[in-house]
Design a protein around this ligand. Structure first.
Ligand SMILES: *[C@@H]1O[C@H](CO)[C@@H](O)[C@H](O)[C@H]1NC(C)=O
Ligand SMILES: *[C@@H]1O[C@H](CO)[C@@H](O)[C@H](O)[C@H]1NC(C)=O
Ligand SMILES: *[C@@H]1O[C@H](CO)[C@@H](O)[C@H](O)[C@H]1NC(C)=O
Ligand SMILES: [Fe+2]
Length: 435
């Protein structure tokens, strides 16, 4: 188990010697929080929900008891379940670890912007979820590189203190790093949030978990536990997919699977972008893990080959914002394309500061490149409030112990509403040809 790595010492040292903002004292990393399951073996644990195609949600949970049915009962009144659905289950082994029974059940069709009460597998307790609205306004929370430390808990508390519809996570969830019980502990830590609002995640390097010869393919735990709507979005891999929420089309990409122009991921992305109808979803957001633009000294250049492979098709599709994680700091760029400011390119945001055990990435390149507009190594999370087809507000909320403080805030105008950046009207076929 790689909990006490030499990195921790290095980060700790940097905390002491580097303080870039005089008015705010940067915090030290905080210890792990380990959550045990303190109910019966048949009771659901690690409950999380995700969007699973138009008007459907997937409820995922784990039981130690293998006899529990993969069944969800639900309804709009507490204690009264007039609908139910059955699904599938899986489990996996990793060296001597054997997971519990991992249940995935799709429920729906569900009404929009509506509270549902649900029970998992016929055992208590009752959970409550709210579906996203079908139209603007819609509010997203964005948090990356979460981990499971006391800082994670602080970020989660701030996230839960304000209402939101869907959480987007650009990779690095549990930091289990091969030690599988930490996946379970993470699932329990986030359950109060993941059971009430859909969490849509993509994977980071900490999800890979390959092991030479024995587990060469990776993502064993991630794919079993965090099943995302890839089938529902025409993708053959759980490592990349897309979905719509109100008027936003959101694309989750995989930084640690093939992305070159011959890859399945690339071909899927091209087809997915071609099928976006900006009159129905005026906004398009993309999440990756390793940032394509980054002026922090940590992880320099790690997103470069993916940027070279995919930046052009995202630019031509007029993607509004690309969110990344990986670097444990906050950074926002202007609209860019091919390393230059470009009014029709996406805004790039790095938001890998959820609170994991590795601590913050304190050092930035100096002077700041002109395309980088705000950067700060502090823990926090982001909020994306999409008001209508043209206007959205992005803000970054810094964790300040028990408070959450707005550090950065900007208005975004959708590229689909820009007369200068309008895409030519083309059919999916001809768009493919042109690219
Ligand atoms: C969602 O429902 C709440 C009250 O239930 C209402 O105030 C709000 O306007 C609704 N939002 C949308 C986008 O329909
Ligand atoms: C969109 O929302 C923004 C911010 O609330 C507002 O200023 C603008 O007038 C709205 N536009 C339309 C067309 O409603
Ligand atoms: C952080 O919180 C403390 C105590 O609540 C407050 O005094 C301080 O001004 C806050 N700092 C920032 C940068 O908001
Ligand atoms: Fe990472």
């Amino acid at each position: 188990m790689k909990i006490f790595s030499p990195h921790l010492l290095v980060f700790f040292f940097l905390f002491i010697v580097v303080r870039s903002s005089p008015e705010y004292t940067r915090p030290d990393p905080r210890p792990l929080i380990l959550r045990q399951h303190d109910r019966s073996d048949s009771d659901p644990q690690q409950v999380h929900i995700s969007l699973a195609g138009k008007d459907y949600m997937r409820v995922s949970w784990i039981t130690s008891d293998k006899k529990v049915e993969s069944k969800v009962e639900y309804g709009k009144t507490t204690g009264k379940y007039d609908a139910s659905a059955t699904g599938e289950s899986t489990s996996y082994r990793y060296f001597f670890y054997k997971s519990g029974k991992i249940h995935h059940v799709k429920i729906g069709p569900l009404e929009h912007n509506t509270t549902y009460y649900y029970m998992c597998g016929g055992y208590g307790p009752e959970f409550t979820l709210r579906t996203p609205p079908s139209a603007f306004p819609v509010e997203f929370t964005v948090a990356g590189d979460l981990g499971q430390t006391e800082w994670t808990e602080s970020t989660l508390t701030h996230i839960g203190a304000k209402d939101y519809d869907v959480l987007l996570l650009p990779g690095d969830l549990s930091y289990a790093d091969l030690h599988q019980p930490l996946w379970d502990s993470f699932g329990r830590l986030v359950q109060p949030y993941t059971s009430t609002r859909p969490w849509m995640v993509t994977q980071g390097n900490h999800e890979v978990e390959t092991f030479p010869i024995i587990y060469p393919h990776g993502f064993k735990a991630y794919n079993a536990r965090w099943l995302m709507p890839h089938q529902e979005s025409g993708s053959k891999s759980n490592l990349y997919y897309s979905f719509d929420v109100a008027g936003a089309h959101i694309i989750m990409l995989g930084s640690y699977t093939d992305f070159d122009s011959n890859s399945d991921q690339y071909n899927w992305l091209q087809a997915d972008l071609a099928s976006v109808d900006r009159t129905k979803t005026p906004w398009v957001f993309v999440l990756i893990h390793a940032p394509w633009y980054n002026s922090n000294l940590a992880h320099r250049g790690e997103g470069e080959s993916m940027r070279k492979a995919m930046e052009q098709i995202l630019y031509k599709a007029r993607v509004d914002v690309i969110f990344a994680g990986h670097v444990h700091a906050y950074e926002r760029f202007t609209r860019v394309y091919d390393n230059k400011a470009d009014q029709c390119g996406p805004v790039h945001v790095t938001i890998g500061d959820g609170g994991n055990r590795e601590g913050l990435a304190m050092l930035f390149e100096n002077p700041s490149p002109s395309i980088s507009l705000y950067r700060e190594p502090s823990f926090g999370h982001g909020r994306l409030r999409v008001f209508n087809s043209t206007h959205a507000q992005w803000s970054w909320q810094r964790n300040n112990d028990s408070d959450s403080v707005t550090g950065d805030e900007i208005w975004l105008e959708s590229l689909s509403s820009s007369s200068v950046c309008k895409q030519p009207k083309v059919s999916p076929k001809s768009l493919n040809d042109e690219l």
